[in-house]
Design a protein around this ligand. Sequence first.
Ligand code: 13P
Ligand code: ZN
Length: 270
Amino acid sequence: MKDILTSSFIKEVSKTIDQMYRLGWDERNGGNLSYILSEEEVRDYLNVNKYNRVIDLYIDASFLSGKIFLVTGSGKYFKNVKENPESNLGIIQINPDGKTANLLWGLIDGAKPTSELSTHLLSHIERLKIDPLHKVVIHTHATNLIAMTFIHSLDEKAYTKTLWKMNTECIIVFPDGIGVIPWMICGNEEIGRETAKKFQESRLIIWAMHGVLGVGQSLDEAFGLIETAEKAAEIFFKISNFPNRKEITDEQLEALSFAFAVKPKSNYLE
Ligand code: 13P
Ligand code: ZN
């Protein structure tokens, strides 16, 4: 067996997590990430027939039976992942009952997977139904996107359009808009179900006064969605106190969509 710390998946996940920490998005243990691994990817590094312990999932994840996930640990600090992946990350395989998973690697000393595991797994289920190549769910506490939820309408259309109008690239990167979930208690199945439902329509979801979630076929795609929206939210704050602001008009958004062959969420442009 090869050393798993040399695998591209551990290196790439650790790098992405470190980048998010350095952007100031993941204070303390804020944020979590899950990444689907294929049996082929892990074969050289792990024996999937050997596991360290069984983990309760507290939801029915039978749709994901057999799937392998690299997940962040609960209460683990993003700033420490790169130096010590084995303590802060884990690899789990969902059992056929859908209610438990085998811990194949990591989460040493009895650590648990992220408290948002139900949100991650339920979101993976919905995204896989839409996109068989889907792989990644990232949750992070992106500063400006959170700040915006304190002062902006939480209406999804209004929120999306404000972001689209902050930077020409936005509608090209997330034409499917941004879903918004009003403040809720986190870390349970209920917020997971609400989030997963919204992932049927958009690849970016805001949790008001808490954070953001992005999904994709790769770490770059999920991260890229979040950083584009976060940059737009930063511009929103930079310009909001100035009088006589200009704006990207709906007509210009329409023209952009046509030029870049993207389909903006229906009825969002006037
Ligand atoms: P975990 O440390 O359990 O992943 O929780 C962090 C978080 O951001 C909760 O929403
Ligand atoms: Zn959070």
